[in-house]
Design a binder for this molecule. Structure first.
Ligand code: VG1
Ligand code: CO
Length: 565
């Protein structure tokens, strides 16, 4: 094939946020908008990373992915990539892309390794012609590209003048198989196979099957018409024996059935209603657009993601074969509650606190310091891959429940999700946690609020009184990567009080319009007699304090948050 040099002009604002580049679909549909970014990426990578190499391509099935896939394939071919592995119909969840990159790296002949991959997704953001699109690049160990690379890409988008395009026809992505154009190969692969093989090596599938086969255990999974629809049936139903009716919204749709594919108490309301309804199932779960998030529910019971990662860590040695040889270390993002810290302390494990975004866990995992980690934003995972993993989290929880019920017989009372959580609280204490999101605020007001908070922390001193709370310190979180020494600063304003309570403010880096303010509130409660309190009640004084010190209402005009988790 021949290569066409397409002249182009830079677009402003192609800077990646917390997780890839996200904009409204209409922005991406502008002439060469996506192509500019993809070419800028090739201009940023060392040529040995992709020339004659293999790249992976997949996505969550959202609107515009089909066109985008063809553009990416043509630019990759023109830049000298030897082979693209694409999920059938362009489908691959974020964790599956990470798994495929890692597998093809290890087992492919050394001169032909997969060195990275593209994920076409705006994750939990809604899809369709009026909503969002996004692109993420993952690097050679399957991890989200670090800022050193995304900063270079952004720099190159500001000066780009031409795009290299291969003059090849569109490739049919609907059938598994190989298409060749000279030395360039497109291989369409089953989106589930490699990922499922990996999960089978991580978990005891037989143990999970035994739980799912019990008549007194009812399971339900809501794929939210997003990418895990493609995984739920092969994994939960065909492999593990769940009933086909246990999967709802199991077909990926370009607009997620008009939904907001974010598994939380607000956007996964249908599932929440079922789980809190009369005679609800014993176990409920959901995942997001690209399959990396998870929500875990028991009957009339919600497991906060911060507790979830701590509980998985506390039970992993026994219940999950992958961890039988030991856990290397634990980590959480800064706004995630300190529940995991207590597990690390008890198990005497190395522990890390990183900024928001999965890319900060990659180096720790690659250097053998980290096994299990999580974020309060419904992200949980381990070093089996380099992304958070929704289905992994569901299987981890099912493994724990199955393990705990090894001795209970059908008909006896099942050890439930809430039993496991309450037992955990009784042992470790409870970290009450809540997050308030104020979506799509005016940027000006939101920025002014952050300025105000930065001013406040610059004046604050240890021992300052905030109502009943006494300040230990307040700062703008900064992180130095212990592996490569890179520094990420201004990662969130946090107030830490002497009793361990925390108030944190951040602006979201994944939105596509206006500014989303996130307020995180945490308070530790050792007293078991108070563990059954509703988090909103337990945290009320701190929430009021957060709103008053930030003057959030004055700056944004918002009376109430859009989402509370
Ligand atoms: C949010 C979450 C963060 C998560 C990120 C990507 O970022 O807070 O914890 O890693 O989304 O998740 P932000 O900057 O909006 O707070 V996903 O599932 O959208 O890739
Ligand atoms: Co996601």
């Amino acid at each position: 094939f021949s290569i066409k040099m397409v002249p182009t002009k830079p677009y402003d604002g192609q800077k990646t946020g917390t997780s890839g580049l996200r904009k409204k679909v209409k922005v991406f549909m502008q002439e060469n908008y996506l192509a500019n970014w993809i070419q800028a990426l090739f201009n940023s990578l060392p040529t040995e990373d992709y020339v004659n190499g293999v790249l992976v391509l997949g996505g969550d099935g959202r609107y515009f992915n089909k066109e985008a896939a063809q553009t990416i394939i043509k630019i990759a071919a023109a830049n000298g990539v030897a082979k693209i592995l694409v999920g059938q119909d362009g489908i691959l969840s974020t964790p599956a892309v990470s798994a495929v990159i890692r597998k093809r790296k290890a087992s492919f002949c050394i001169s032909f390794p997969a060195n990275g991959g593209f994920i076409m997704s705006a994750s939990h953001n809604p899809g369709g012609p009026d909503y969002d699109w996004g692109i993420k690049f993952n690097y050679s160990s399957g991890q989200p590209a670090p800022e050193s690379i995304t900063d270079k890409i952004y720099g190159n988008t500001l000066s780009i003048s031409e795009i290299k395009m291969a003059t090849i026809p569109d490739v049919d992505l609907s059938c598994v198989g190989v298409t060749k154009f000279g030395n360039f190969v497109v291989e369409v692969v089953d989106p589930v196979a490699d990922y499922m093989e990996l999960l089978e090596s991580v978990f005891d599938f037989q143990l999970i099957r035994s739980l799912l086969s019990r008549s007194d255990f009812r399971f339900t999974f809501d794929a939210m018409h997003a990418v895990t629809g493609a995984y739920a049936k092969p994994i939960f139903v065909e492999k593990l024996g769940a009933s086909p009716e246990s999967i709802t919204n199991g077909v990926p749709l370009e607009d997620f059935g008009h939904g907001h594919p974010d598994p939380n108490l607000t956007y996964a309301k249908d599932l929440v209603d079922i789980m809190y309804g009369e005679n609800g199932p014993d176990f409920g779960a959901a995942s997001d657009g690209d399959g990396d998030r998870n929500m875990i529910l028991g009957r009339s019971f919600f497991v906060t993601p911060s507790d979830s990662v701590a509980i998985i860590a506390a039970n992993a040695l026994e219940a999950i074969p992958y961890f039988r040889d030991g856990i290397k270390g634990l980590a959480r993002s800064m706004p995630t509650s300190g529940a995991l810290d207590r597990v690390a302390e008890k198990l005497k494990l190395p522990f890390f606190e990183v900024p928001t975004g999965w890319k900060f866990f990659g180096n720790l995992m690659d250097s053998g310091k980290l096994s299990i980690c999580g974020e309060e934003s419904f992200g949980t995972g381990s070093d089996h891959i380099r992304e958070k993993d929704g289905i992994w989290a569901v299987l981890a929880w099912m493994s724990i429940i199955a393990y705990r019920n090894k001795e209970t017989k059908s008909g006896e009372r099942l050890v439930s999700v809430s039993d496991v959580v309450k037992e955990y609280w009784a042992t470790y204490g409870r970290n009450f946690f809540s997050r308030y999101d104020y979506e799509e605020c005016e940027s000006e007001g939101a920025n002014k609020m952050v300025d105000h908070l930065r001013d406040l922390i610059s004046k604050s001193r240890e021992g300052d009184r905030y109502g009943e709370y006494v300040l230990r310190f307040a700062d703008d979180f900064s992180y130095t990567d212990p592996v490569d020494g890179s520094v990420a600063s201004k990662q969130g304003v946090h107030f830490v009080f002497t009793d361990g309570s925390r108030i944190i403010f951040r602006l979201s880096g994944t939105g596509s319009a206006g500014a989303t303010i996130r307020v995180y509130i945490e308070q530790f409660e050792p007293d078991a007699s108070k563990h059954d309190l509703d988090a909103q009640i337990a945290l009320k004084p701190l929430i009021d304090l957060a709103l008053s010190i930030s003057k959030l209402k004055d700056f944004t005009g918002r009376e109430k948050p859009t989402v509370i988790t």
